[in-house]
Design a protein around this ligand. Structure first.
Ligand code: ADP
Ligand code: ASP
Ligand code: MG
Length: 833
């Protein structure tokens, strides 16, 4: 294809759009279909930069095993991507050799750093730069496979930077002449140069990176150098939104944004744009488009030099998490000349990234925000500058308050519109949220304020609503209507759930995008097809592991990070394992997932772990639902919440919450031998694979603890009555089932004795705000619990309103399909919020 009369464009593909071989192929097809001259900039495959940085940190701390594992993951992800993307044998061989060389070099660097126990920014850059180099090489091969000529061109040859490793600034004149010399002729021949983003060459010849998200900057830089008409950043969101959709579910696409506004949004940490990406194209006529690679038909956001959308003085919010407010305070400062200048000279000397500066009108204090991790350094350096003033008492001291977040409200029209600040504050006040500090940018294009980090998501949502940003006109962010489910575990319940989701009406838009087991994961941001799920279910039944079934080998935390870096919308992790998953769920919440649990263990561990999970979810606006942990599909938790929300006070929850134990005990009270009842429960799939898990009462005790904790109980778990005699505890399962008959006589006597008094045995859990128990109890045969049979659960709530006669809920409380129904109900509940 000849360059012809079309104007040049630069396209950058973010990590999420180059997540794996399939995604790379899709990107390549789109590139090949474009008519006209094109330069492509590639980010590292999604999650790779984090992986490399973590490995470097681990190596420097001497944790070489972890670093080694990361190097392996790095190698295998690129190998898989290359095999999927490159068809030509020779090209593939060359790619694999390069992947091998780069991975081995990385391992060697890790070892060297491990010996030195020290990591210079320069070394870190040398380690991390390989992510973009390999992805660009793989993408170039994929474009060739898609039948358009493409060529890998190393950014090290093209982009020149200053010497600040880890956050280098490109040198525009040098880069411009190199780009013209090295890229133009290739483009003129109709070939697509594919350039690694994020990296350049420092004056000493070493590789320097441009800071996180730096590929955006590479793209605008090359756009300017080559006089492109347009720079397109392909992302996992439909464009620049009014706020981070993970924080503000109501966020909308902004159709048009002025350069300056986009620059402010980026400066205040909206991850969607590198903070300095606008610098190269400021003052030029180059248009910048941010678009969705998933919905290429949506026009996205155009960042232009025109002044746009005057009806919205405020267009967007951005949030900087993990900040600290550093304050220099003292009555003696009033009127003293140069305090501010000296403060910021000190800050500048340390190269601290100050985002906001505050000065009270009384001039008795001056403050600024820096990332939490830089706070101590900031305090030390400013204190040093004012040592004398502190000694003489002119200044009281320099302090840092950590655990803060900065929220910036951005929009061009703010300058001429009165009352913007007042609107911000009344919105926050209405929510009872406290503002720690406030600053208005001198450009009047932003107001930023500091809140305690835990309040930040709520504050962002309130301010977003106050300016009616959900009506900005770009429509609801497309990707947001769906709810994307990632299943932790894929056993019987997981499969029943997959079936029920498939049967849902379409407008609910719930899809399963990922599966995780202990070996690895399977993921497709577009949703896993029913056929694929069925196939996987069959293979898993045969004992297969996801990593061997076309999945990717990875630990669960890495997999979750990776999935979160894709275009998932309203992502929900559904835990249907029976493992201790607390840490993993915490990772999931921090990566932006909502949680739906059928797994009881994470809610029945220590109080601290329980509180941490809920606290962390609340802090980031995530929901946690766990209806299926007690009573499968029965609305038990839901009923509690409704009573609680409407002002009733629940005093006691009591009942039979084990379908298995209800089955066994009701059969026994009807005259059946204990052994036969247990064997049938197993045969019918009511019991856990090893029925001792049910008979031990542990399962019931966990449910009891969950119920009690909802009511405010903070004490330890309970020791349940155990129906398995000590001598049979450690028998192999088959032997246990065989020797069950030994227990029959004792049960017969026990049952008869109670029958004479009109009573039957039931396994009863009882929870109050201060106590919890799980016991084998003889109850009147005519009571609701005593007359229940089968796998029925029966739970009663005694509350202020239901004092005389408790509110009773009863129904089938076990089995994959009712459990899945409980889970699905939770998922839809999360989706509607
Ligand atoms: P890339 O893959 O190109 O590097 P990023 O992951 O860096 O893209 O940026 C896209 C992410 O930025 C989105 O997934 C979204 O969660 C986040 N984001 C934060 N603020 C905004 C915003 N205002 N508009 C759009 N996305 C935002
Ligand atoms: N891969 C780098 C990062 O994750 C640069 C980029 O994606 O733009 O920060
Ligand atoms: Mg980015």
């Amino acid at each position: 294809m000849k360059a012809g009369k079309h104007a040049l464009e630069v396209w950058k593909f973010g990590g999420a759009s180059l997540a794996d071989g399939e995604a790379i192929k899709r990107a390549a097809v789109r590139i090949a279909a474009h008519k006209g001259p094109l330069v492509v900039v590639a980010s590292a495959l999604g999650g790779i930069t984090d992986l490399l940085l973590d490995a470097a940190t681990n190596a420097a701390a001497g944790r070489l095993v972890a670093a080694e594992q990361a190097a392996q993951a790095f190698r295998s992800r690129h190998q898989a991507a290359a095999k999927a993307a490159a068809r030509d044998r020779r090209a593939l061989r060359a790619l694999l050799a390069e992947i091998d060389r780069s991975s081995t070099e990385f391992q060697e660097l890790c070892r060297a750093v491990g010996v030195l126990r020290h990591l210079e920014p320069r070394t870190r850059d040398a380690m991390v730069c390989r992510g973009e180099k390999l992805s660009a090489a793989v993408l170039a091969a994929a474009i060739t496979t898609a039948r358009r000529r493409a060529k890998f061109v190393d950014a090290w040859d093209v982009v020149r930077t200053d010497h600040v490793h880890g956050g280098a600034t490109p040198l525009i004149p040098d880069t411009t002449s190199l780009a013209r010399r090295l890229l133009k002729p290739t483009v003129a021949r109709g070939t697509v140069p594919v350039v690694p983003g994020f990296i350049g060459q420092a004056p000493d010849g070493s590789v320097a990176t441009l800071g996180r998200g730096g590929s955006d900057l590479t793209a605008t830089l090359l756009g300017r150098a080559l006089g492109a008409k347009r720079v397109v950043l392909w992302k996992d969101v439909s464009g620049i939104l009014t706020a981070d959709p993970r924080l503000v579910p109501d966020a909308r696409l902004i159709p048009e944004l002025h350069h300056q506004e986009a620059a402010e949004v980026a400066h205040y940490g909206a991850k969607v744009l590198h903070p300095r990406a606008l610098i190269p194209i400021a003052g030029t006529r180059i248009a910048l488009h941010v678009r969705s690679f998933i919905h290429p038909d949506v026009p996205g956001t155009e960042v232009t030099a025109r002044h746009v959308l005057p009806g919205f003085p405020v267009k967007a919010l951005a949030l900087l998490p993990a900040q600290a407010v550093v304050t220099v305070a003292g009555k003696g400062m009033v009127g003293v000349h140069g305090i501010a200048a000296r403060t910021f000279t000190a800050v500048d000397a340390e190269r601290l990234s100050v985002s906001t500066i505050f000065q009270g009108s009384s001039e008795s204090s001056i403050g600024f925000t820096v990332p939490e991790s830089e706070a101590d350094r900031a305090v030390a350096s400013v204190s040093r500058v004012f040592r004398q003033e502190i000694e003489t008492g002119l200044i009281d001291g320099v302090t840092a308050r950590k655990g803060m977040a900065v929220i910036a409200v951005v929009g061009e029209g703010m300058a001429g519109t009165p009352g913007i600040a007042a609107r911000v504050f009344s919105a926050l006040e209405a929510g009872g949220l406290n503002v720690v500090a406030i600053a208005q940018g001198s450009s009047e294009r932003n107001i930023s304020f500091v809140v305690v980090a835990d309040d930040a998501p709520e504050a962002a949502r309130r301010v977003h609503a106050a300016f009616q940003l959900s009506k900005i006109g770009g429509g609801r962010a497309r990707a947001l209507r769906r709810t994307d489910v990632v299943l932790l575990g894929f056993g019987r319940v997981g499969r029943a759930l997959a079936d029920q989701i498939a049967a849902l009406e379409d407008d609910r838009q719930v899809r399963i995008v990922g599966l995780l087991d202990r070996s690895g994961y399977v993921f497709d941001a577009r949703g896993l097809s029913r056929r694929r799920l069925l196939h996987l279910a069959r293979e898993k039944d045969g004992g297969g592991l996801l990593a061997d079934l076309g999945g990717t080998r990875a630990n669960a935390a890495t997999a979750l990070h990776l999935m979160a870096s894709h275009a998932v919308s309203r992502p929900v992790v559904v835990d249907v394992t029976s493992e201790e998953t607390s840490d993993l769920l915490l990772t999931a919440v921090r990566s932006g997932f909502h949680l739906v649990l059928a797994n009881k263990k994470p809610l029945a561990t220590s109080w601290e772990a329980y509180a941490r999970l809920f606290h962390s979810a609340q802090g980031s606006g995530r929901h946690v639902r766990f209806e299926a942990t007690v009573g499968a599909g029965l609305p038990i938790i839901d009923t509690f919440n409704k009573l609680d929300e409407t002002g009733d006070r629940v005093r006691r929850i009591e009942g039979c919450v084990s379908g298995t134990l209800m089955f066994v005990l009701s059969e026994v009270s009807a005259g059946r031998p204990f052994s036969a009842a247990v064997r049938e429960a197993v045969a019918r799939g009511y019991a856990e694979p090893d029925p001792r898990d049910d008979l031990s009462g542990m399962d019931v005790a966990r449910k009891g603890l969950i119920l009690a904790r909802m009511m405010g109980y903070r004490g330890p778990g309970v020791q349940p009555d155990d129906l398995v005699p000590a001598r049979m505890k450690s028998l192999p399962l088959a032997q246990f089932l065989e020797r069950l008959d030994e227990l029959d006589e004792e049960w017969r006597t026990r049952t008869k004795a109670e029958a004479r008094r009109g009573r039957v045995w039931r396994y009863v859990v009882s929870a109050t705000p201060r106590t919890v128990s799980a016991r084998l109890v003889a109850v009147p045969a005519s009571s609701p619990m005593g007359s229940a049979a089968g796998t029925r659960n029966i739970i009663s709530f005694s509350s202020d309103r239901y004092r005389q006669e408790p509110l009773v809920i009863s129904g089938p409380g076990a089995g994959p399909s009712v459990t899945a129904a409980g889970i699905l109900n939770d998922i839809c509940d999360v989706a509607l919020r």
